[in-house]
Write a protein that binds this ligand. Structure first.
Ligand code: MSP
Length: 642
């Protein structure tokens, strides 16, 4: 049944050009939006730009432009980028749109009239970069944690929003709606903020200091604080209050943001909605940060990744696939071109691309390019129950997409891809083709493989829409049918026997690393081993290490330690052991439970963040990624390695 679905991205500041981080969030929103279109929902997807405030005014000045001309220029960079990344937003909102500004004034007036806004003198520590006051508790060594600069003391009269009186309500609301903020770790973070008393929010800036903003409807000497202005885009973008789209889509809204703006979205925004008499959003989906060489992307570090450059070198669908596959939604990920190239060559060129060209080539070789008949008896063991596997894959894919576990949805599709490659190896159609009595089986095997490819082409549609369409064309699907709709993917046997297929194409050519100016790399391989090889050891040195197989029984985050996970492991001893590992940036705790890992079992115990770690797990790691060593088949816990 068709349900409404509404997704938003943050509206991006126009003080810098769009980069990989903005592209990631917007592609996530596009993928989930296309997924809902696939589920036959009625969808609405909003993105846009945040254009008021001091930060923007200063950026304009630096460029020697008026704020108006400057915001027009940078906003256009965002607006024009999205179609080039195949992002199909329904509306692009700008906070300088007169319709948005009118809604902000309307909401402010309503909250003011009901007595939730008051005027007061305030002296506080103000960070111009963040455009907000900081309490001492929030500062790190007296400095702004984001800008590493000392805030200035400012004394002024301002308008305040009575957030504090909604604190209890918000805590209760979050408890009553346990999946409102997800993944869970961010809900916990918001609840942790709420354990401290909430202060009222200063929602105005005097025009004597900042002119570039929306005038308060009840005091023409003040403009609205940028966050109060920006958050309202999510309702003004639907045409609130009168547009029927608002009534339809608001109750189901899902926001996607990164962890940097959790507080305004997890605290200010629900309280603003409550005060304005509007329902709170359904989900706030929070993802982690893409880092480059373990640092935040920043202009000053010169490590800003431009999405269009990557698209031009590696292809759009490969770029979208990499972003969705290599980040666990909610955790940080390290961007590096080597792993992008590896994903393209292994998952796309090797696994999917080869499967597709093998099957289509066989249709041409054995059946003159015509889809064979399938209503002949099929020898079940020959197709390794592809139909059942495909049905299970569709269910698993839906389940994972609903919770934005994109990497798991992709892994499920790739299980099917691998299963199909296995079917080809096991059934050896080239052998069947040699034997006249095996023609029925050959037809059945090829037909089932074609059907499997059709299902895969539908399932990859949200992530790789161009490749999906190309595959469909070469599978002879009816171009007039919306081929990705879920009911078509749940039915086996939709391809019409007798259809003539076009010649096969290469879906993903293999690629080589294109990175420039890396004097240590040639074709992606370092010429010099880094870090340098350690001094030689003999067997006795090695034998002093007691390496063992262990099974992870439980895993959880170590409180207040962003990078650490605490594992309870079974080493085949009478009691479980505790082990602490610095892998929380890459692995979610539940990903590890049940896995077998390799542990240095005789390492002297050490305390990490107050937890005694008895042993150390082995992992491969460089500056941007970490991979825990596991076994390729199960072994009893405690087995020695050597
Ligand atoms: N204007 C505010 C948002 C107002 S929403 C009502 C803002 N803008 S921003 O330009 O700074 O964008 C922040 C968002 O950009 C993040 O929340 C995230 O969606 C995206 N990202 C920016 N850098 C990122 C990474 N390095 N990695 C992942 N996403 C990042 O905050």
């Amino acid at each position: 049944m068709s349900e409404p679905f509404y997704v938003t991205t943050p509206i991006y500041y126009v003080n810098a050009r769009p980069h990989l981080g903005h592209a990631y969030t917007t592609i996530c929103a596009d993928v989930i939006n296309r997924h809902h279109a696939m589920m036959t929902d009625e969808t609405f997807f909003l993105t846009g730009t945040d254009e008021h405030g001091d930060k923007i005014m200063r950026a304009a000045k630096k460029e020697g432009m008026t704020p108006r001309a400057y915001v027009d220029k940078i906003s256009a960079l965002f607006r024009e980028l999205w179609p080039q990344l195949n992002i199909a937003n329904d509306h692009f909102i700008r906070t300088t749109d007169p319709s948005h500004m009118a809604v902000v004034q309307m909401v402010l007036q309503k909250i003011y009239d009901q007595g939730d806004i008051y005027f007061s003198e305030y002296e506080g520590k103000y960070c111009f970069g963040c455009e907000r006051f900081y309490t001492d508790r929030e500062l790190l060594n007296g400095k702004c944690p984001d800008h590493q600069s000392e805030p200035e003391i400012i004394k002024e009269s301002n308008y305040f929003f009575k957030m504090s009186q909604y604190q209890r309500w918000l805590i209760d609301h979050i408890h009553e709606h346990p999946d409102m903020i997800r993944p869970e770790r961010y809900k916990k973070e918001v609840l942790a903020f709420l354990r401290e008393p909430l202060e009222d929010l200063c929602i105005s800036r005097p025009k004597s200091r900042i002119k570039w903003g929306i005038t308060l409807p009840f005091d023409k000497d003040y403009v609205t604080y940028v966050w109060f202005d920006a958050l309202i885009n999510y309702v003004s973008g639907l045409g609130y209050p009168d547009d029927p789209r608002f009534a339809k889509f608001w109750p189901v809204v899902q926001h996607i943001v990164a962890k940097d703006i959790l507080k305004p979205h997890g605290i200010y925004w629900p309280i603003m909605l409550k005060a304005a008499g509007l329902p709170v959003y359904k989900h706030l989906n929070v993802h982690g940060y893409w880092n480059v060489a373990q640092s935040k992307m920043s202009k000053s570090l010169g490590n800003v990744i431009e999405p269009l450059q990557l698209k031009n070198v590696y292809g759009l669908d490969a770029f979208r696939f990499y972003l969705m596959r290599d980040m666990v939604f909610g955790l940080d990920a390290g961007f590096n071109e080597e792993s992008l190239v590896q994903r393209i060559n292994s998952d796309l060129a090797n696994d999917l691309g080869n499967l597709f060209s093998r099957v289509v080539t066989m249709v041409h070789k054995y059946f003159k390019g015509v889809v064979p008949r399938a209503d002949l008896p099929i020898e079940r063991e020959l197709d390794l129950r592809l139909e059942e596997t495909a049905a299970r894959t569709v269910e698993k894919y839906i389940q994972e997409m609903e919770v934005l576990a994109f990497h798991k949805a992709i892994a499920a599709i790739w299980d099917l891809v691998n299963q199909m490659n296995k079917v080809i190896d096991v059934t050896a159609p080239w052998e069947l083709a040699k034997n006249k009595t095996c023609q029925t089986q050959l037809q059945a095997v090829i037909y089932n493989l074609l059907e499997g490819l059709r299902i895969i082409s539908g399932l990859i549609y949200p992530i790789m829409p161009e490749t999906a369409a190309l595959m469909q064309k070469h599978l002879g699907c009816d171009a007039r049918q919306p081929f990705y709709k879920i009911d078509l993917l749940k039915q086996w046997g939709r391809l019409a026997p007798g259809t003539q297929l076009p010649k096969s194409v290469t879906l993903f050519p293999r690629v080589e690393i294109q990175k420039q100016a890396d004097d240590n790399a040639s074709n992606g391989r370092a010429k010099v081993l880094k870090p340098e090889l350690k001094p030689e050891i003999n067997m006795d040195d090695f034998a002093r290490l007691d390496l063992r197989v262990a099974t992870v029984v439980r895993a959880e985050a170590v409180p207040r330690a962003k990078k650490l996970l605490q594992l309870e492991i079974d080493l085949g001893e009478p009691e479980l052991r505790t082990l602490v590992a610095g892998i929380a940036g890459t692995y979610a705790p539940d990903e590890l439970v049940g896995r077998q890992i390799i542990v240095v079992a005789n390492l002297k115990p050490a305390k990490l963040m107050g937890v005694l770690s008895k042993g150390m797990l082995l992992a491969a790691s460089n500056e941007s990624q970490t991979a825990v060593l596991t076994l390729d088949r199960p072994m009893p816990a405690g087995t020695q390695i050597g």
